[in-house]
Design a protein around this ligand. Structure first.
Ligand code: F6R
Length: 601
């Protein structure tokens, strides 16, 4: 997730671009850049770091005549956050800012290189700049239309060209809003950036192309046919707009999960040949010679790691050890082990210290993280990035499901390279994986049922979460989310463990969340707690005939194999925790005593 802006008007573009970019900084803040047309020439300034850093090096590059420009604040997905990789990207005559992922960028890049194009950055966006540049013969909208018809993936772009008096924008599956002002028009990834300037906006739709100057905005399709304009008046305040109208960042981030999963999968899977194409810094020979998989992580990331215990023995023939990073000293790593650290921030002190200690074992090391260029990435042989965009709510949500998806991709990759997972099984898993974003959306659409349950039990002073197999880590994660933001003591257990002690805590009306989408054994555990007076809130597969007969309340989850159910149940439990905390009137995005990045041991 990145932020893009654009301006065409009679005022100086620079200050407006910087102001609007700062309002989008929550979408990404590892590097930034602006391009301005000044005296007919495109001038570009870019830097790594925050927008303030860019502003310091920005010189008053365009007086007079500097009244059109584009800008970008980046959250890296392709290539580290350096000035070279920052947007705008340019060809000879064209400058582009982009949000999204170009899935076929490698094929397009090779094609352009064969035609003599030299690339400066590692980004997918530079491909777009050269592609538009190669189509540009004086009509920028025409060039953008031709270029985007060759592109697979998602994009929101704003484009300027030498000699073009207008900005051109296009979108597919990434947000883009045009602000319509008096003698000035604006572009932004999000309404929040535009509110100080105008409240009249056009939300661009997929496959639309917008042509913008100070006085006019026109819309057309890729074939050049003009399209009607749907002008909307926005009455949000700035705070609500930053959260895209959601009351909290956490809820916004919960809702971003279909997109985050889609982006984490983008260009990495081939359903046809059952392959996962992801560079993990190990050759196939090295992957074949592995005999153990060890994982270290903390908190929510540790729960993502726990999934491996159920997934990797069967999918990749690898036994799994997992340890919370602060207890790593007890893990003995033998040659042939692949060590994975999972950390959304890439900066958690416990995890980094464990990775440092692990270097003495001389084993191959891998990281799953959401932050390109974070410290952990310098300590490993390979990194798998979740492409979730920045997460602002302290409680991890979209980065957790991103981690689960990355773990699944890695299992398929290792399983195939080790000839452990059959082509047919890998292919089936990839087909089902592609359905996951839509199924997550279905869970989100069922939020009202979950909200009612949350409100009913919000005054309770304890919660239990039980699950078996793939759903045990999710029971732990559900309990952690509940504790973190609602402050209700909540415990997660393997469903079979209750009878070995915790059952003593069950009394009349104790809420027990049972993750019951798979397996018959959990039915006995549900009956066990019901017999002691518990209220069972069961998450069951759609159409399950048995669970409704034994649970107090049932929430239906789309049918999926257990490993994918872990993602779907997670989303439902995030909503349960969220609505519980909301009903208790708590500061959801900043729970007491917690920090987003824990950089002390
Ligand atoms: C819980 C949460 C924490 C983090 C933990 C590790 O919602 O966010 O438990 O998961 O502090 O953080 P990372 O993943 O950044 O290493």
């Amino acid at each position: 997730m990145c932020g893009i802006v654009g301006y065409a008007g009679h005022d100086k573009a620079g200050p407006i671009l910087f102001d609007t970019l700062k309002r989008l900084e929550y979408r990404g803040y590892d590097s930034a850049g602006v391009a301005i047309i000044s005296n007919g020439e495109i001038q570009v300034v870019k830097s790594a770091g925050r927008i303030e850093d860019l502003e310091k090096i920005y010189r008053d590059i365009g007086s007079p005549g500097e009244n059109m420009g584009i800008g970008h604040t980046r959250w890296a997905t392709h290539g580290p956050p350096t000035a070279v990789n920052a947007h705008p990207h340019v060809s000879d005559d064209v400058a582009v800012v982009h949000n999204g992922i170009i899935e076929n960028y490698l094929a397009l890049k090779e094609q352009l290189m064969r035609g003599g194009v030299e690339f400066r950055s590692e980004t997918d966006t530079e491909v777009l700049a050269h592609l538009i540049g190669s189509c540009y013969r004086g009509d920028l909208a025409e060039a953008v239309a031709s270029a985007v018809s060759l592109v697979e993936g998602s994009f929101a772009i704003a484009v300027m060209a030498k000699g073009s008096p207008r900005l051109v924008c296009a979108r597919k599956e990434s947000p883009l809003v045009i602000g319509v002002g008096e003698g000035a028009n604006y572009v932004a990834s999000d309404v929040s950036a535009l509110l100080p300037y105008t409240r009249d906006v056009i939300r661009m739709k997929d496959d639309e192309i917008a042509i913008i100057d100070a006085e006019t905005v026109t819309l057309r399709d890729v074939a050049g046919r003009s399209l009607p304009i749907d002008l909307e008046r926005v009455d949000w305040d700035v705070d609500a707009a930053e959260k895209a109208g959601y009351p909290h960042f956490m809820l916004k981030e919960i809702y971003e999960q279909p997109r985050a999963i889609q982006e984490t999968l983008a260009s990495r899977t081939s359903e046809i040949d059952g392959e996962v194409r992801m560079d993990i810094g190990l050759t196939d020979l090295e992957i074949k010679s592995l005999d153990r998989f060890s994982i270290i992580a903390c908190g929510t990331s540790y729960h993502a790691g726990l999934l491996a215990k159920y997934l990797y023995p069967k999918a990749a023939g690898l036994p799994v050890d997992i340890e919370v990073a602060s207890e790593f000293q007890h893990l003995l790593l033998k040659p042939g082990t692949l060590l994975l650290s999972i950390t959304q921030s890439g900066e958690t002190a416990d995890t980094l210290n464990a990775m440092k200690k692990a270097s003495t074992f001389g084993v191959k090391r891998l990281a799953i993280t959401n932050v390109v260029g974070s410290t952990v990435t310098n300590m490993v042989d390979g990194t798998i990035y979740t492409r979730c965009g920045p997460e602002i709510g302290v409680a991890a949500t979209k980065t957790f499901t991103g981690q689960l998806v990355a773990m699944i991709l890695l299992a398929i990759k290792l399983g195939r390279a080790r000839n452990y997972l059959s082509y047919e099984n890998a292919r089936k898993m990839l087909v089902e994986l592609a359905r996951l974003p839509g199924q997550v959306q279905e869970v989100l659409d069922g939020r009202d049922v979950i909200r009612e349950i949350a409100e009913e039990y919000a005054k309770n002073n304890q919660y239990f979460f039980i699950g078996r197999d793939f759903l045990y880590p999710i029971a732990l994660e559900g309990a952690l989310k509940m504790k973190e933001i609602s402050y209700i003591p909540a415990e997660g257990y393997p469903a079979g463990e209750l009878k070995h002690g915790p059952l003593a805590l069950i009394t009349d009306g104790t809420p027990v969340v049972a993750l019951a989408t798979h397996g018959k054994k959990i039915q006995a555990n549900i009956k066990e707690v019901r017999a002691r007076g518990a209220d069972v809130i069961a998450f069951a597969s759609e159409g399950d005939p048995d669970i409704p007969k034994i649970a107090t309340t049932v929430v239906e989850i789309p049918g999926a194999r257990p490993v994918f159910s872990s993602v779907l149940c997670t989303v439902a439990l995030q909503l349960l925790a969220y609505y519980t905390a909301d009903a208790r009137g708590l500061p959801i995005d900043k729970p007491r005593n917690l920090a987003k990045s824990v950089t002390v041991e």
